[in-house]
Ligand binder design. Sequence first.
Ligand SMILES: Cc1ncc(COP(=O)(O)O)c(C=O)c1O
Length: 379
Amino acid sequence: MRIDLFELERSQSIWENTVDYNLTESGLHPFTMRELLDAHETEALLDLPLGYGHTEGEPALREAIASLYPGAVADNVLVTTGSSEANMLAVMSLLDSGDEAIIVTPNFMQLPGLAKALGAKVHEVPLRLSGNRWALDLDEVANRITTRTRLISVCNPNNPTGGVLSAEERTGLATLAANHGIALHADEIYRGAELAGAETGTLFATAPMTVVTGGTAKAMALAGLRIGWIVSSQEIIQKAMQRQDYTTIGSNALGQRIALFALQPEKRARIVARNRHLLARNLDQLSQWIAQRSGIFSWVPPQAGAMAFLRYDLPISSDDFCRRLRETQSVFAVAGSWFGMEGHLRLGIGGEPDHFKEALQRLDRFLQDEFGKQAEAAL
Ligand SMILES: Cc1ncc(COP(=O)(O)O)c(C=O)c1O
């Protein structure tokens, strides 16, 4: 099978554990088991049989996940190994060779890579800066629909921009999908990691065929559990289950049980509150930092997700920027080109505030060393 190089994931796997400051993470600083679990829960884990368990997900976990999506019940949920498996099963359930998919970009870039590998034709529709937000042009989506279109896919809240679709944009997408009998997929892994305001509205059940993917990695700060999920109609969930029989059979029993503890409403609220606090502090630091370097950087502050997408005005490609920054300062950032957006950088803002502050100091040192006069003039 021919498949595009997944530059973001490959680069992270190679470098993320070798640097002093990893700013490529788009989720929040992970919880430890000690921080997350009480004595009773820890004790219960010691008696958990490490068998296959429920390959589709423990019933109580499927129920807990369903409760995050108004109108969903446990049978609408399939538990997966990370939301990356959820995305893969979604694509495998919805697309065949020769089909067409409309994918809103930039995004995590897993969806376009998988769709193309399956032999589907991908039409990308870009989010565009409009005033102080990343906007989706619904006419552009509509113009891309053909008789072969089987899927419209969005990442909302969006990686890498941190933007959130407006209620009108969500309704517009759902209407287009409904009117043309197309499946609507939304990767909602950053839902629950809003920097302010209400939780992002889900696209689940907004059209006859919706497929929502999510997981514990980002807004829950529990990537290491490797727990994700698909929420969809029972028919699509059955298809996804049949495909999971070929991928991983089922997700891990330990991760499922810990996810169940973490999703209990009180604990989830505590996790979300801690995360919001961290994000607010880092966003504040970054806002001040950017304001003092406005000759180089511009941005639309993120609405959700532990990341900021910065545009820079420097004579260097984003790939070289990130490579040089890593080599000289041991700071690892994401190149905009990995999302097809040259001249941009994505910085993770979900880490510990002191650590983040030090990383920004190193970034300053880099700017000074590499672009001395321009960096000074921008200050
Ligand atoms: C939008 C999006 N979806 C899915 C994933 C993968 O998540 P998981 O770790 O749950 O597989 C990521 C990881 O960065 C992501 O950004």
